[in-house]
Design a protein around this ligand. Structure first.
Ligand code: CUA
Length: 314
């Protein structure tokens, strides 16, 4: 029924139906209260207008007190009931069934990275099977984001340095919008994605067709060559550039005397702002790749550099 209302998102999860029930009950109660109050205001304004013959004076005290008690108790219990209902829905959103499929979500400016239990990774898209509980285990790499899927009536903040979880069970197949619901910087409005809900057999086929989990590093290796990085960073290169083998996770001494750890952020900065951290003993000759590589490319490149940790060669 709700789905036919204009501008109202369809219901595509078990939670969506329950949330809408609460929403419409509270909306209905509000409309009733608003109607009664408005009718009383208008009715009394007309009845007791200046010069009207209506009788003024206090109400009979007994009737007044009983009505007062009934009114107070009635509203108190109504509000307690709504509070209980809404909180039990919220608590249920925090407690996934034990057999829920765990998906890891990493938010960052400005993308969503998902990882399936079998190692399949996705960016800004999440494929899930219909009718199966899915648990999201989420954290942020930088600032606060919020994982919001309107058709699931599901919204959960994603915080740096902390793990938050939520869960859903899809009830419709299709492609649904994922949005970031917390202002997180310049491209917040573009931090969009999609949730693709598939039938169980389709999902199994899709899952099997995905490349192995080291695909990020493999894509990164290809980029490393096509972008020309290997021209300078390869071990046998004539141009003197830092060797990347075994770099990841190591401490790097910089020309200005600082020492930094070669983590994701450092590699990202080195690609986008190469002049920021010049490695001791090297010339500042690397060009910036800002604008030339997308966030996804950066992830691939970082994954590639990370893969060189264990004795690979660029
Ligand atoms: Cu991420 Cu807004």
């Amino acid at each position: 029924m709700h789905a036919t209302l204009p501008l109202f998102p369809i219901e595509a999860s078990v939670q969506a139906g329950r949330t809408d029930e609460l929403f419409f009950i509270v909306l209905g109660m509000s409309v009733v209260v608003l109607g009664v109050v408005a009718a009383l205001v208008i009715g009394f304004a007309i009845r007791y207008r200046r010069g009207s013959p209506a009788k003024r004076g206090p109400l009979p005290p007994l009737i007044s007190r009983e009505i007062e008690i009934a009114w107070t108790a009635g509203t108190l219990f109504t509000f307690l009931f709504v509070f209980w209902w809404a909180s039990s829905l919220q608590l249920a959103a925090k407690a996934p069934p034990a057999d829920a499929m765990p998906i890891r979500v990493l938010a960052k400016q400005w993308m969503w990275k998902m990882e399936h239990p079998n190692g399949v990774r996705e960016i800004n898209t999440l494929h899930v099977p219909i009718g199966r509980p899915v648990r999201l285990i989420m954290t942020s790499q930088d600032v606060i984001h919020s994982f919001y899927v309107p058709v699931f009536r599901m919204k959960q903040d994603v915080l740096p340095g902390r793990t938050t979880t939520t869960w859903f069970q899809a009830t419709r197949t299709g492609t649904f919008r994922l949005e970031c619901a917390e202002f997180c910087g310049t491209d917040h409005a573009r931090m969009l994605g999609s949730i693709v809900v598939m039938s169980a057999p389709d999902f199994a086929l899709w899952s099997e067709a995905q490349p192995e989990s080291d695909s990020l590093a493999q894509k990164g290796a290809a980029l490393f060559r096509t972008l020309g990085c290997s021209g300078c960073h390869a071990t046998q290169s004539a141009v003197k550039a830092p060797d990347l083998a075994g770099l990841y996770g190591r401490a790097v001494r910089l020309a200005d005397g600082r020492t930094v750890k070669a983590d994701d952020a450092y590699i990202r900065d080195s690609i986008l702002q190469p002049l920021k951290d010049i490695v001791a003993g090297y010339q500042p000759i690397m060009p910036s790749f800002a604008g030339a590589v997308s966030d996804a490319d950066l992830q691939d490149l970082i994954a590639y550099v990370r893969s060189l940790k264990d004795g690979g060669t660029p």
